[in-house]
Design a binder for this molecule. Structure first.
Ligand SMILES: [Zn+2]
Length: 148
């Protein structure tokens, strides 16, 4: 049992390092057999270590939300195809959800950098809002576009 735990920990370290060095987006899946929490913590500190942005994005209704116009409806999604009932935007359902998640992440980033611009007294690590620079934001956008 001890050995299995060591192998698993080693695996999580390797995977989190690979992700932290790239610009990948990770989807946190719910699985009752296994807690994602240790992995998420590893990923968070490794992103800091490699100068990457670590953001948690609320995925709720992302599969029902149109990434083009923002319209939310359960019937927007028909199996693997997303087709917006409002504007007609059509895409692979997973790609649409990924674009929506990216937009939510960018919105969080924009609001946190806007907050920083208004006050230079704010130090690093206050209320979870790390000092995100313009450079990081553009690299996140590029990473998102290149992968979608
Ligand atoms: Zn739409």
């Amino acid at each position: 049992m001890q050995k299995i735990a060591c192998v698993r920990r080693d695996f999580l370290h390797k995977v989190s390092t690979i992700i932290a060095k790239s610009h990948d987006v990770v989807e946190e899946l719910k699985d009752n057999r296994f807690s994602m929490e240790p992995f998420i913590r590893m990923l968070e500190y490794k992103c800091r270590q490699y100068g990457q942005i670590f953001l948690k994005v609320d995925p709720r209704k992302s599969s029902q939300t149109c990434s083009a116009c923002g319209f939310v409806h359960p019937k927007n999604r028909k199996g693997k195809i997303f087709c917006c009932l409002h504007c007609g935007y059509t895409d692979d359902a997973d790609i649409n959800a990924a674009k929506e998640i990216l937009q939510r992440g960018l919105a969080i980033l924009k609001s946190s950098t806007a907050g920083l611009a208004g006050s230079d007294a704010r130090g690093e690590g206050t209320d979870g809002g790390t000092a995100f620079g313009q450079v990081y934001e553009s690299s996140l956008v590029e990473a998102g576009i290149s992968r979608l």
